[in-house]
Design a protein around this ligand. Structure first.
Ligand SMILES: Cc1ncc(COP(=O)(O)O)c(C=O)c1O
Length: 389
């Protein structure tokens, strides 16, 4: 069978590959500590689940408008306005089956073959494949670990060429947990405006910041050079429900909607009802999750830093730690982080994602969206594993 040239440009998400291997081990009875999966371990809050049950009982089980019900789009822009001081209209909000779909549609709607997209490294794995799928050319902006993986507007500007069409930022960041200061994000937006390129700001983790109040570039009220992508997946522990969104220029959203209308159609009807509840109800569960993630972050970073020769920047947001384990590479057959992660899984039964998935060779990613008990056990196993080398 022959396949398209287009599909050969992408590969299965390497985070998904780790999850699959971990699942297999678990199924065979192994007691795994799983730092692999990038999703909250919390269940979806009850009041949100109940809204979906009600939707089922009321037979809200048919197609909805492709871009989400008006009720949900209203709830979305209201929540965003309340939390971030934005003023999007309902027409400037699009609901998608997950934030990933919003990114896919935005890139497909704006990038022609050969167009350049600036992507800071480390990057979330799907950005690169989506850019490649669209025929775009990813231009990498290397960030410094010593500066906490900060993306700087002056460094970004040096990479802009006449072919640049888009800049991608993701703060708080997956995989590093780095959160950019809002002034720097505003500088990046001003830069995008100056060069007339689109800034795609992936704000899927915007509610999970530890030191500063949550921030969205949407507060700048730019409609010409900014697209916000967000998700209910992490904020409300709703990964399986598939509800994400985009906020921005209504014409851009209309073009994204065309693609959605011919591919996924509307996000699931009952998930949309649950999403309305998530956005409109009191936000206590979000605050509770943030407090718990903070405890876990402190524990995981302290534990990683206690392993000899391992360094780890302090994540300021999201729920990932990105330790540098390069001191162990080349020791005793640990050729690279992929081999190291495989051995860690096989020998210590700890799942982590190797750095090349995110564009770096010296790191592994740990998701600490798992219990303190698991974190302690995982750190014990990792400490013993590294002691062998
Ligand atoms: C940075 C980033 N953006 C977007 C997504 C997409 O999330 P979802 O499609 O579940 O909304 C993820 C999920 O891991 C992510 O880490």
């Amino acid at each position: 069978m022959e396949f398209s040239e287009r599909i050969s440009r992408i590969s299965v998400s390497s985070t998904a590959a780790v999850v699959q291997k971990a699942d297999k081990l678990r199924a065979s009875g192994v007691k795994l500590v799983d730092f692999g999966a990038g999703e909250p371990d919390f269940p979806t809050p009850d009041h949100i689940k109940q809204a979906a049950v009600r939707a089922l009982e009321e037979n809200f089980t048919k197609y909805t408008p492709t871009g989400g019900t008006r009720e949900l789009r209203e709830a979305l822009v209201e929540r965003h306005a309340k939390d971030f001081g934005s003023n999007y209209t309902v027409e400037e909000g699009l609901v998608t089956p997950g934030g990933k779909q919003a990114i896919f549609e935005a890139v497909m709607a704006t990038i022609n073959p050969g167009d350049e997209v600036i992507l800071p490294v480390p990057y979330w794995v799907s950005f690169l494949d989506i850019i490649n799928y669209a025929g775009g050319k990813a231009v990498f902006l290397e960030t410094g670990e010593a500066e906490g993986f900060a993306v700087r507007a002056d460094a970004m500007e040096k990479l802009i060429t006449p072919r640049t069409r888009m800049i991608v930022i993701n703060s708080p960041n997956n995989p590093t947990g780095a959160a950019l200061p809002c002034e720097e994000m505003e500088k990046l937006l001003a830069l995008a405006a100056r060069h007339n390129v689109l800034l795609l700001s992936d704000e899927c983790y915007s509610y999970f910041v530890y030191d500063d109040p949550p921030f969205s570039l949407g507060s700048t009220k730019d409609r010409d050079h900014l697209l916000i992508v967000g998700s209910l997946s992490k904020t409300y522990a709703m990964t399986g429900w598939r509800v994400g969104f985009a906020l921005g220029n209504a014409k851009l959203l209309a073009n994204m909607l065309k693609l959605q209308s011919h591919s996924t159609s509307n996000p699931t009807s009952i998930a949309q009802k649950a999403a309305v509840e998530a956005l409109r109800a009191p936000q206590d569960s979000v605050r509770a999750m943030l407090a718990e993630y903070r405890r876990r972050r402190d524990r995981v970073v302290q534990g990683l830093r206690a392993i000899p020769h391992v360094t780890c920047t302090m994540p300021q947001g999201a729920f990932y730690a990105y330790p540098n384990i390069s001191a162990y590479l080349t020791r005793d057959g640990l050729a690279d982080t992929t081999v190291l992660a495989e051995r860690l899984l096989d020998e210590a039964h700890v799942a982590v994602v190797p750095g090349p998935a995110f564009g770096t060779q010296q790191h592994v990613r740990l998701s600490y969206a798992t219990s303190l008990e698991h974190i302690d056990e995982g750190l014990r196993r990792m400490t013993a594993f590294f002691a062998k080398f």
